[in-house]
Design a protein around this ligand. Structure first.
Ligand code: SF4
Length: 376
């Protein structure tokens, strides 16, 4: 079975669009939770193909974007310490902290390595026992199992010079927070398929019931996204609010049970601040007491952190779907991928980057010589 081409089929797209047009009788606001879905929507022009009654709101599902500023500043402080090798996925290096980013620390002599897996960082620790090796463990339920495995392996192998700076966030509490907001406009969710491939979707029925909101598990290819939108619109038009799986080739109800067991063993749930959004109760993971010795925040004293956000950046409103990226006054002016003011412009999954990279410049009248009016 093919997993990509058949989910990009133009005829299939036209068929789903026709069905959505046939069903829609009034305006609906749908939020795609995941930044990967946002990029698929903007890259493929799905938002422009939909009937005008369907408004897609981009959600807080970009792991880089929601990593709180205090975590970035702690990363900068730890990475600046002598004898520390700081390992991170590449897209975290350009995320602005209060006064610099990890690239700046690297240019100042910090030993910062881009890795593709926490296991790469663990290997660096094993090969360099004289150095403290720290991995920046960010992301949703999708990346957490590999980070849990790295910590568990370090403990089993007795590796003492490895630790993780944990900033993991969880999707279901974010859905509850969005629905509880007084400025909420979301009427249905397209849930992130890769998160559900790990966690299943057993956490969602109570949310759908509590907030009377349809939640459709959705994939990332054009047909996946449109199938999710069609399922959500059908429920909305029928007055239904239940959980539906439109990504059954990858996701089942239970999810990956061994991965969930490892997460439960290594992490405990805590309140967590989300960048641009604020504190969301019970929305993050930290290392459980049995693994606390591998917590970089315990191992290194980084002192008092005073965070300073750019006053120009509206990424919190973008992440909550209150404004579109192009409605930010700095979009394409002071803020571009080369001069990002916020993480939503830095991250490969960020909504501001999606609009910039795929040329949604219409509301912006001023561009500079360095920054093309259209990225295409
Ligand atoms: S365009 Fe830039 S300044 Fe505006 S919200 Fe996005 S990241 Fe922040």
């Amino acid at each position: 079975m093919k997993y990509l081409e058949e989910f990009r089929d133009a005829k299939g797209v036209q068929g789903l669009l026709a069905e959505i047009r046939r069903l829609v009788t009034r305006p609906w606001n749908l939020m795609e939770v995941c930044g990967g879905q946002t990029h698929s929507i903007i890259r493929n022009g799905i938002d422009q193909l939909l009937p005008q009654e369907i408004r897609l709101i981009h959600g807080p599902g970009c792991p880089v974007c929601v990593t709180p500023l205090v975590a970035i500043d702690k990363a900068l402080a730890i990475a600046s310490l002598p004898n520390v090798t700081f390992c991170s996925f590449g897209d975290m290096l350009r995320v602005p902290g209060s006064d610099k980013d990890l690239f700046r620390v690297k240019s100042e002599g910090g030993d910062i390595r881009i890795v593709y897996s926490p296991l790469d960082a663990l290997k660096i620790a094993q090969e360099n026992p004289e150095r403290q090796v720290v991995f920046f463990a960010i992301g949703f339920e999708t990346t957490a199992p590999a980070n849990a495995m790295a910590v568990d392996l370090a403990k089993k192998r007795g590796i003492k010079n490895f630790s993780v700076l944990v900033s993991h966030v969880l999707v279901p509490p974010a859905i509850a927070a969005i629905m509880s907001s007084p400025v909420n406009r979301v009427q249905a969710f397209l849930a992130a398929g890769h998160v559900c491939s790990v966690m299943g979707f057993w956490e969602y029925p109570p949310l759908a019931e509590r907030f009377h909101v349809p939640i459709v598990i959705t994939g990332f290819e054009p047909l996946d996204v449109l199938a999710g939108i069609l399922a959500a619109v059908r429920q909305l038009e029928n007055g239904e609010a239940r959980v539906e799986n439109a990504y059954s080739r990858v996701v089942n109800f239970e999810g990956n049970l061994p991965a969930q067991a490892l997460l439960k063993q290594v992490f405990t749930i805590e309140d967590r601040a989300w960048r641009g959004i604020g504190n969301i109760p019970q929305s993050g993971w930290k290392l459980s007491p049995a693994y606390r010795e591998y917590d970089a925040e315990t191992r290194f004293s980084v002192g008092e952190i005073h965070t300073v956000e750019s006053p120009l950046c509206h990424s919190g409103e973008v992440l909550q779907g209150v404004i579109q990226p192009t409605e930010c006054p700095a979009f394409g002016r002071q803020c571009t991928p080369r001069t990002p003011l916020g993480a939503t412009m830095v991250s490969s999954e960020g909504a501001c980057a999606a609009y910039y990279n795929y040329g949604r410049f219409a509301p912006v009248s001023i561009t500079t010589a360095e920054e093309p009016a259209c990225a295409t």
